[in-house]
Design a protein around this ligand. Structure first.
Ligand SMILES: [Zn+2]
Length: 122
């Protein structure tokens, strides 16, 4: 059975792992008391890699949404989301994801992980 996930390339995989790590940091730091479950997205296992992350229900939904949108992005090369004419995220998700990227980006800087951040932004 073919699916959109068959066309995973290196670029998409990298972007999806950035999403994964940034949402994971955000949830861990902001939703400490939320009941968290191991995140899994059927079909996206290859892109997600072997790293296990725990997310609350909301962050789980947000990450799934982000991954699905990234996989379906019709642009190649993909423009920076901020500069893209197509706003593909569903209402509410875009703002939420922006907040997540900002928070986790700052978090990595504050914790001396500029190396990690630069690696992601490459
Ligand atoms: Zn959360």
């Amino acid at each position: 059975m073919r699916s959109i996930f068959d066309k995973l390339d290196a670029e998409k995989t990298k972007d999806i792992r950035v999403l994964r790590d940034f949402v994971a940091v955000y949830c861990r730091e902001n939703h400490k008391n939320a009941s968290s479950a191991l995140f899994a997205m059927p079909g996206a296992e290859t892109a997600m890699g072997t790293k296990e992350i725990r997310l609350c229900a909301d962050c789980s939904k947000l990450l799934s949404h982000g991954i699905a949108k990234r996989l379906r992005c019709p642009y190649d090369p993909k423009p920076v989301c901020r500069k893209c004419k197509t706003h593909c995220y569903a209402p509410g998700y875009r703002e939420k994801m922006r907040g997540v990227m900002k928070f986790s980006g700052m978090y990595l800087v504050r914790h001396g992980r500029l190396d990690l951040l630069l690696h992601y932004l490459k």
